[in-house]
Ligand binder design. Structure first.
Ligand code: ATP
Length: 247
């Protein structure tokens, strides 16, 4: 990919620089909002405190998330401007490995940004991008923020909502959806609302979920259910919080 050539891979802060570069490009292309830049900064500080690596408890959460996506009747991966800038191709691969749909769902929804994100995802191999129709509403949210696709997030049983705002994460959970949240801040409301909170950088979390989903491709329903049942959300949140406080 052209956006990766300028940063030498042996640079000690390669991942962090790559992340910044992708977000910057996202803003330039009209994919990521200026608010998204602030969210990125907030995420980076937590990643620094977590040692910029996937904790064993986060890996367990990523395994459980992969199993939960494979078990779903109808799973949807929700995309915002930061997610689209950071992991467009990686999300397409996760969707393929789990049979999930992709839906663009923005906190600050504008038609231009919706279109720019959908185009960017298609450039990275997405065939069917939902969210543009927005013919249903998440109850309890103000009009623009609650818009979703009837055949997407609205009717999904399992939703992956990375880097999601706390209010929307709560409203989706109240609709009875099984929520998987990726967020580097274990104290944020969104992961605290989730059935499966993943406290990890989305740049590491999504490819790792895909790898787990591929490993589980031939697993039985019982095996997948056992993985989800063994997952302990409280422990995951606590371990991440301890990792941050003990630095
Ligand atoms: P809440 O209402 O839940 O408290 P918030 O106000 O903290 O949400 P934002 O400021 O919109 O939410 O920030 C988005 C969240 O995304 C932050 O918690 C931040 O840690 C997280 N985040 C940012 N970049 C990444 C990333 N690359 N990977 C994972 N999480 C990230």
């Amino acid at each position: 990919m052209t956006d990766e050539v300028e940063i030498p891979e042996d640079h000690p802060r390669y991942q962090s620089l790559l992340t910044r570069h992708r977000i910057e490009e996202g803003v330039e292309k009209g994919i990521t909002s200026k608010q998204g830049l602030i969210a990125e900064g907030r995420g980076e500080s937590f990643d620094y405190l977590l040692g910029e690596e996937t904790l064993p408890s986060a890996d367990e959460a990523e395994l459980a998330a992969a199993a939960q996506l494979l078990l779903a009747e109808h799973a949807v991966l929700s995309m915002n401007g930061n997610v689209a800038a950071l992991v467009p191709g990686e999300i397409v691969e996760l969707a393929e490995a789990t049979g999930a749909d992709i839906e663009v769902n923005l906190f600050n929804r504008t038609e231009e940004r919706m279109q720019a994100i959908a185009d960017h995802l298609r450039e990275h191999g997405a065939e069917n991008v939902k969210g543009l129709t927005a013919d249903a509403r998440i109850p309890g949210l103000e009009h623009e923020r609650g818009k979703v696709d009837e055949e997407g997030i609205y009717s999904a049983d399992v939703v992956l909502v990375p880097l999601e705002d706390g209010d929307r994460a709560e409203a989706l959970a109240e609709m009875g959806k099984t929520e998987i949240v990726i967020d580097l801040n274990p104290l944020s409301r969104s992961p605290r609302t989730a059935a499966i909170p993943i406290i990890d950088n989305i740049m590491r979390a999504v490819p790792n979920m895909t790898a787990h989903a591929r490993d589980l491709a031939d697993a039985s329903r019982e095996e997948l259910e056992a993985i989800v049942e063994a997952f302990d959300r409280e422990k995951t949140l606590e371990e991440a919080e301890h990792a941050i406080r003990d630095v």
